[in-house]
Design a protein around this ligand. Structure first.
Ligand code: AKG
Ligand code: FE2
Length: 945
C-alpha cells in the first residue's frame, strides 16, 4: 500500500482539467464522491474540482504546500470551499504557510497517523514522580492516545516503591483504610479483601507523607499535558489500595465520572501504579483492560509499573492471591459547569448515541452523519456499553467473584437484567457484528476486502479515546468530526456511500449489514444514489443466490444462525447453511444453562453452559452447598459452604459422625451437625443409678448407655464399709466402693488396737490405734521407765521417771541444790541434793556456825575448835607475842569484839611454845580478821571464822 493519498477538492465550478491528469479510476471515484456530497441547492452543485496528492510527514500529518494550493486556485479559480477545508485541517500560522491536513480525512485504509504533541517541558524539580516524566516519551504518549492505554515499566525506582509500600502498610495497620465497595459507598456491594483510602480520610496525610506530596506533584501531569486533549489537566486525586489476597478482585467498571458530588470535575486520565515486588504469575491480581474494539488485555501488576488509560475504558482486577499494592492517580481538568449526561445506564445503542449527541458536554456531535446505531461505534462515550454487551459473561463472572455480602445477588440480577435489555433493544445484526470486532481487530489489519476486521480497525484508528480540543473553528472532536464531516464522509470508501457498498458484499455477514443499513443510508444520500446502491447490492446478492445455489436465500430456523460464509455455502437447510446456537443445546451433567449464551453458536457444554458448582473442589472444612449443586459457579466463594467438620458442638453435644462431610443449612450448624450425649442424661437415682463418667461422650443417651449402679447398693466385705460420700458414686467393687474400718486394721509396732474406734473408717495407726509407752518420747526432765512398754494412755507420768533436775528447787533447809545430779533419776533430797554441814556430826570440835550454808560432810569443812566461838570477832590478838617471859605475865591486851563492839581485856601468859600468848595459850593458828560472810562454803579448811 502506498503512503500517498489523494485529497479531493470539491467546488462549484466546472471540473478542472487537472482531473484529466489523474487515472480514470480515481476520476470516477472522485465523481462518485461528488455526487453524494450534500448540496446547498440544486443550482449550487459541488463537483470534484481537483485532487492533491499528499504524503504524511513523520508526525503523521500531511502537509499541503500553500504554493500548491495557490497553484490550484489560480488554475481553477473558485473551486475551493474554504470553510470545509478549514474544517478538515488547520491553517498553520508559521511562515511556511503550509496547510496541515488532519489524517482523519485520509482514505481510511491509510496507516494510523499520530497527532502532534506539545514539546516536553522540563521535569519538575524535587518531584516524587520525577522518574516518570522521561519514561513518557513521544512514542508512549502517541500509543496512549491511539490505543487508549499504555504500559510503562520501571516508571518508579525500587527504593520509592518500597517506601510507598511501607506507608501503605502503616495506613492499614492504623485503621486508616476502608473496605472497598463497588459502585457507590451507600448501595454498593463490598469487594472482599480490598482496602482503600484517600488523602482526606482520617490522618492519612500525616501517616503517608510521600503520598501527600504526590497530590500536587507535576511529574505525571506535565507529561500528559503534551497530549492536546489533556492540555488542561490541572489536578490529580490520590487513591491507595491494598488487596490482601484470598482471591480479592475488582469487578468490571470504568473510572469515569465526577470526582466529588458537588463538583463536575471530569476525570480525564487514570494512572495505576503497582508496587508488587517479585510478582509471579500465580500471584494473580492482573489488571484486565477492555480497549474495545481491540481484544481484552491482561496486565501484570509488576513493581514500578504504571498503566495509563482513559477513565472510560472498562477494566477489572482478576483474583489476587498475595498482598497486592496499588495506587491510582486520577487526573482531572478544571471544573466544568455542564454535567455529563448519564448514558451509562442506557440499553439501546441507538438511543444512547442520540443522547450523546444531544448532550452539550459531549464532543462528538458530528457523528450524527452516520446511520444509527452504527454511530455508537464512533462515540467513545458509548464504549462501556458496547463492552458490557460483548463481554457480558465476563461482567457477570467478574461481579460474582469480586463481591461478598447480601447485596451481591441483587447486583447480579441487575446486571443480568441489563444484559437482557441490551439484547432485546438492539438489532441482531448489529449485536453479532459487535461480537466479531475484538477477534477481527486482533488479526493483522492488512487484508482486503473489507469486513469486520476493517471496521474494527477503522474504529480503532479514527475514533481516538481522547479528542483534540481547540482546533480552530470547531467545538468538537477533530477526528470524529473529520471522519464524519459530510464531505469527508461521502468520499470515504468505507462509510456506506453508494460506491462503498460493494466491497462489503464479499462477506455474507457484511452483506447482511449492508442490506440492513440500507434504509439508513437514505438519510445520507440522494434518493437516486440510494436506489442505485440498493439495486446494485440486491442484484449482486440475488445473482449470487441464484447462480451458486448458496445458502444466501435460506432463512435459518429458530435456534440456528447463518454460517459465517453463509452466502458462499451451497445448501438450503439448517444443517447446510446454519449453525446451531446454544438455544438448542441441553446442558450436560455438571453444567447449567445460561440465557446469556442462547444466541451463541455452540453445541457443547463448554460453549453453551456454565459449570455448576458440582465439580468444585472445596477447601478443607467446606463442601459444595447442596443448593449450589446445579447452580453456576467457578470459585469456592460461590460454591462452597461450611460442612459439619468445622463446626464446634456445644457442651454435652457431639458431632454426628455421618454428617461430618455434609453442609449444614445456614444458621443450623448445631441442630444439624450435633447430637445430645450422655452428658445431658439424668440417671434414675431411685434405682441407685448414677452417670457413668466414661459415657459422657456417648450419643443416644439412655439409662443403659449412660448410667451405672452406685456403691449405695454394694455390700463390702468384713472390716470395710461404703462411706456416705460414695453411696451415689458409680461402682460395684470393693476398690471403687469400700473404705476400710479400724476394726479391720492391724496396728503397727508401738501401737495397740483401740476397741472404741473399731467401727470408725480408717486405716492408719493415728486414726485407729492407741500409742504405747514403747514409742513414747519422754519430755525434758523425764527419763524412760522400764517395763511399761505396753502401757497405753501414754504420758510422762506413766511412761517415764523423774530426773533430779526437777527436784533441785526442793533442795532447801539442810540440803543445797546439786546441778551435777540433774540427769540422775531420782526424786528425793538424798539422791538429788548436796548435804550441808548441818547434817554432819563432828568427830572433834564443834559444828561451825550457820552449817546449812556450807555443803560438806567432813570435819575439815564442817567443824571448828570449840574456842573459836570466843575468839571469833576479836582483833589484835597478837599484842602479847613480842613480850619476854617476865613481862608476859604482867601484860594485858585489849581486844575489840567486832560483834559486840566491846573491848575485852585479856591477860598475856607464857605459853607452851615459849612465847607469850593471850589468855590460855593454844597451838591453834589464828588467821587475820575475816568475819561475817554468808552462804555455804565448801571444802574450806576448818578454821575459826
Ligand atoms: O487495583 C487495580 O489494579 C485497579 C483498581 C481500580 O480499578 C480502581 O481503583 O478503580
Ligand atoms: Fe478503576
Amino acid at each position: 500500500m502506498s503512503d500517498t493519498y489523494w485529497l479531493v477538492l470539491l467546488g462549484r465550478t466546472t471540473p478542472s482539467n487537472l482531473l484529466d491528469r489523474v487515472g480514470l479510476g480515481m476520476k470516477m471515484l472522485a465523481t462518485d464522491w461528488a455526487k453524494s456530497a450534500p448540496q446547498d441547492s440544486a443550482a449550487d452543485l459541488f463537483r470534484p474540482v481537483g485532487l492533491i496528492s499528499v504524503r504524511p510527514a513523520a508526525t503523521g500529518w500531511c502537509q499541503v504546500r500553500d504554493q500548491e494550493l495557490r497553484l490550484r486556485r489560480v488554475a481553477s479559480e473558485a473551486w475551493l470551499k474554504a470553510e470545509s477545508l478549514r474544517q478538515v485541517g488547520a491553517w498553520a500560522e508559521d511562515e511556511d504557510a503550509a496547510f496541515w491536513l488532519d489524517p482523519g480525512i485520509l482514505p481510511v485504509l491509510s496507516p494510523a497517523a499520530p497527532r502532534t504533541l506539545a514539546p516536553p517541558a522540563d521535569s519538575p524539580e524535587s518531584s516524587v514522580l520525577g522518574s516518570l516524566g522521561p519514561k513518557l516519551s513521544e512514542e508512549v504518549l502517541v500509543k496512549l492516545q491511539q490505543d487508549g492505554f499504555v504500559i510503562v515499566d520501571n516508571a518508579l525506582p525500587d527504593t520509592l516503591c518500597a517506601m510507598l509500600r511501607g506507608e501503605m502498610d502503616e495506613l492499614l495497620e492504623k485503621g486508616q483504610m476502608w473496605q472497598s465497595q463497588s459502585y457507590s459507598q451507600d448501595e454498593g456491594a463490598a469487594h472482599h479483601d480490598i482496602f482503600e483510602t484517600s488523602l482526606d480520610f482520617r490522618q492519612v496525610r500525616d501517616t503517608a507523607p510521600t503520598f501527600d506530596r504526590m497530590e500536587t506533584d507535576q511529574g505525571l501531569l506535565q507529561a500528559l499535558r503534551r497530549i492536546p486533549a489533556l492540555s488542561e489537566l490541572s489536578m490529580q486525586h490520590v487513591r491507595l489500595q491494598i488487596n490482601l489476597g484470598n482471591g480479592g478482585c475488582y469487578t468490571m467498571h470504568t473510572d469515569s465520572g465526577v470526582l466529588a458530588e458537588d463538583s463536575t470535575q471530569v476525570l480525564l486520565a487514570t494512572a495505576l501504579f503497582y508496587l508488587n515486588d517479585g510478582w509471579e504469575e500465580d500471584h494473580g491480581g492482573e489488571l484486565r483492560l477492555y480497549p474495545f474494539p481491540l481484544p481484552p488485555k491482561r496486565i501484570a501488576p509488576r513493581n514500578g509499573r504504571v498503566v495509563l488509560f482513559h477513565p472510560r475504558m472498562v477494566h477489572e482486577v482478576l483474583p489476587n492471591f498475595r498482598k497486592r499494592y496499588c495506587f491510582t492517580l486520577w487526573c482531572a481538568g478544571a471544573p466544568v459547569n455542564s454535567p455529563t449526561e448519564d448514558v451509562d445506564s442506557m440499553t439501546t445503542f441507538a438511543a444512547a448515541a442520540a443522547a450523546c449527541e444531544a448532550g452539550a458536554a459531549l464532543p462528538n456531535a458530528a457523528a450524527s452523519a452516520v446511520p444509527l446505531p452504527l454511530r455508537c461505534l464512533f462515540l467513545p462515550e458509548l464504549r462501556p456499553l458496547l463492552v458490557r454487551y460483548v463481554f457480558r459473561d465476563c461482567e457477570l463472572q467478574s461481579a460474582v467473584r469480586s463481591h461478598v455480602g447480601p447485596e451481591r445477588e441483587q447486583m447480579l440480577e441487575g446486571i443480568h437484567w441489563y444484559h437482557q435489555q441490551m439484547r432485546d433493544n438492539n438489532p441482531d445484526w448489529f449485536r453479532s457484528m459487535l461480537e466479531l470486532l475484538p477477534a477481527a481487530a486482533a488479526d493483522a489489519a492488512e487484508e482486503i476486502p473489507v469486513g469486520p476486521k476493517q471496521l474494527a480497525w477503522l474504529m480503532a484508528q479514527h475514533c481516538h479515546w481522547w479528542e483534540t480540543p481547540g482546533v480552530k473553528g470547531r467545538t468538537s472532536s477533530a477526528a470524529a468530526e473529520t471522519m464524519f464531516d459530510q464531505h469527508a464522509y461521502n468520499g470515504d470508501i468505507l462509510c456506506f456511500g453508494a460506491s462503498s457498498l460493494l466491497p462489503f458484499t464479499g462477506g455474507a455477514m457484511m452483506r447482511t449489514v449492508v442490506s440492513l443499513i440500507g434504509e439508513h443510508v437514505q438519510d445520507l444520500m440522494s434518493p437516486q444514489a440510494v436506489a442505485e446502491a440498493t439495486s446494485l447490492v440486491l442484484q449482486q446478492i440475488s445473482e449470487e443466490a441464484v447462480t451458486d445455489g448458496s445458502c444466501h436465500s435460506y432463512a435459518c430456523s429458530d435456534g440456528w444462525v447463518p454460517k459465517a460464509n453463509h452466502g458462499d455455502v451451497p445448501g438450503s437447510s439448517d444443517t447446510e447453511c446454519c449453525q446451531r446456537t446454544c438455544k438448542l443445546f441441553t446442558c450436560g451433567s455438571g453444567f447449567v444453562a445460561n440465557v446469556a449464551y442462547a444466541n451463541n453458536v455452540g453445541a457443547s457444554s463448554q460453549q453453551c453452559c456454565d459449570k455448576t458448582c458440582a465439580g468444585m473442589q472445596c477447601p478443607v472444612g467446606q463442601h459444595v452447598a447442596p443448593k449450589m449443586l446445579n447452580v453456576a459457579g467457578t470459585t469456592p466463594e460461590d460454591c462452597c459452604a461450611e460442612t459439619c467438620e468445622s463446626v464446634v458442638c456445644e457442651p454435652n453435644y457431639a458431632k454426628i459422625a455421618a454428617r461430618k462431610e455434609e453442609v449444614h443449612p445456614p444458621g443450623q450448624s448445631q441442630s444439624f451437625c450435633c447430637e445430645a450425649t450422655c452428658g445431658l442424661h439424668t440417671c434414675d437415682a431411685a434405682r441407685s443409678l448414677a452417670q457413668d463418667p466414661k459415657s459422657l461422650q456417648l450419643t443416644e443417651p439412655s439409662d443403659a448407655k449412660c448410667c451405672k449402679s452406685t456403691c449405695g447398693a454394694f455390700s463390702c466385705p468384713a472390716g470395710a464399709k461404703v462411706p456416705a460420700s460414695k453411696e451415689r458414686k458409680v461402682g460395684s467393687s470393693p476398690a471403687e466402693c469400700c473404705d476400710t474400718l479400724c476394726g479391720g486394721y492391724s496396728c503397727g509396732k508401738g501401737y495397740q488396737a483401740d476397741p472404741l474406734k473399731a467401727a470408725r473408717f480408717g486405716n492408719t495407726d493415728e486414726v485407729c490405734c492407741r500409742r504405747t509407752c514403747a514409742i513414747y518420747q519422754c519430755n525434758v526432765g523425764w527419763a524412760p521407765k522400764k517395763n511399761v512398754e505396753n502401757f497405753v494412755d501414754v504420758g510422762d507420768e506413766i511412761c517415764c521417771q523423774k530426773k533430779c533436775v526437777q527436784y533441785q528447787e526442793k533442795c532447801t533447809g539442810d540440803f543445797a541444790p546439786n546441778p551435777d545430779a540433774n540427769e540422775t533419776i531420782g526424786d528425793t533430797a538424798d539422791v538429788c541434793c548436796s548435804g550441808t554441814c548441818a547434817l554432819h556430826s563432828c568427830g572433834s570440835g564443834v559444828l561451825i556456825p550457820e552449817p546449812q550454808v556450807t555443803v560438806g560432810a567432813i570435819d575439815e569443812l564442817c567443824c571448828e575448835d570449840a574456842l573459836c566461838a570466843d575468839y571469833r570477832g576479836k582483833s589484835l590478838v597478837d599484842g602479847c607475842n613480842a613480850l619476854d617471859k617476865e613481862k608476859c605475865a604482867a601484860s594485858k591486851v585489849e581486844l575489840l569484839n567486832t560483834r559486840t563492839n566491846k573491848t575485852d581485856v585479856l591477860a598475856c601468859a607464857w605459853g607452851d611454845l615459849d612465847i607469850c600468848q593471850v589468855g590460855r595459850p593454844k597451838t591453834a593458828r589464828l588467821e587475820g580478821p575475816s568475819f561475817g560472810h554468808l552462804g555455804p562454803r565448801q571444802a574450806q579448811p576448818a578454821s575459826c571464822v
